[in-house]
Design a protein around this ligand. Structure first.
Ligand code: HSE
Length: 310
């Protein structure tokens, strides 16, 4: 007999990582969402409540990322029972830290523990993707995959996704600085140009290849040289007051790179452990100089993905 109730924690994540728009992301274990799921006889998905830093989130399953993920799971597996869930949000809404993805991932990981025959992670990824689509209007996996698998994760393909956990050089840390402002993912996607010029395409491709190669070979110079988004960041940076100053402060303090976390407004930097504190100070002070309050973290990038809680 399978369990009747389970709770899962799913970490926050940084999508894009500058040069991997919609395909690259890393988990941030310092914060996350917690989802409790209970098996019910009624063949439906319902949301009993949302607590934490929730803001205004819909309780209707079809309009909620976690709800829609379980609707997709039930339909794909032909389940004759339903789920009721409670969501405890630890990730601020509209922060660019993968909150909608984490709720969807937490829901599928908890619900998976209630199945007679639990499904592999790659299937859970696909169910959670349906949830993410509710929030952003498109199926992208750069937050779902790291929240589910943990660490720096590349996903290739949408219909048949292939997931690869990329090694991060020893001693490299991430600095995360969340300014207290809201940015909607849907709007930050809608504003993007639909085409890319040839020169930018070549530059961005080179940077992504260089970045991934640098990670596999622990070549920090190559990572630093490749850590530049020439396509998305130039279009979105105007949405974040202080972007240029914050980025400049991070780089002056020795960061390997600094960019927008997902759709923003959170910004992140990678740095060697010895400079992480100075990078954080520079970024926080640059926001503060404009009167913007922040929350901030320094974290390793070898994090664990979503997991069940006892
Ligand atoms: N890759 C997505 C974007 C992440 O930048 O729009 C948003 O969650």
């Amino acid at each position: 007999m399978s369990r009747a109730q389970a709770t899962a924690f799913a970490p926050a994540s940084v999508g894009n990582v500058a040069i991997g728009f919609d395909i690259l992301g890393f988990s941030v274990g310092a914060l996350g969402d917690r989802v409790s799921v209970r098996r019910i006889d009624r063949p439906e998905v319902s949301i009993a409540g949302i607590t934490g830093v929730a803001g205004e989130l819909p309780l209707e399953a079809a309009r909620n990322t976690a709800g829609q993920a379980l609707v997709a799971m039930r339909a794909a597996l032909g389940l004759d029972f339903g789920f009721e869930m409670a969501i405890d949000k630890g990730i601020p809404l509209g922060s660019g830290l993968g909150g909608s993805a984490a709720s969807a991932v937490g829901a599928v990981v908890a619900a998976n523990a209630l199945l007679e025959a639990p499904r592999p992670l790659i299937e859970l990824l696909q169910f959670a993707m349906h949830g993410e689509a509710v929030a952003s209007g498109s199926m992208h996996v750069d937050n779902i995959a790291p929240s589910l698998y943990g660490g720096l994760v590349l996903t290739v393909g949408i219909e048949q996704p292939r997931v690869k956990q990329i090694p991060v050089p020893a001693g490299v840390q991430a600095v995360i600085v969340h300014p207290h402002m809201f940015l909607g993912t849907r709007e930050a996607r809608a504003m993007l140009n639909k085409s890319v010029g040839m020169a930018d395409f070549v530059w961005q491709t080179a940077n992504l290849a260089g970045f991934i190669s640098g990670c596999y070979t622990s070549d920090l110079d190559l990572i630093r040289a490749s850590f530049e988004d020439v396509v998305i960041e130039p279009q979105r940076q105007a949405l974040i007051p202080g972007f240029a100053q914050v980025r400049a402060a991070a780089m002056a303090a020795g960061a390997l790179g600094c960019s927008i976390s997902g759709a923003g407004p959170t910004m992140f930097a990678w740095s060697e452990a010895g400079s992480a504190e100075a990078v954080r100070r520079g970024m926080v002070d640059a926001f503060a100089a404009l009167g913007t309050q922040t929350d901030h973290w320094i974290t390793a990038i070898d994090g664990r993905g979503a997991r069940l809680e006892p």
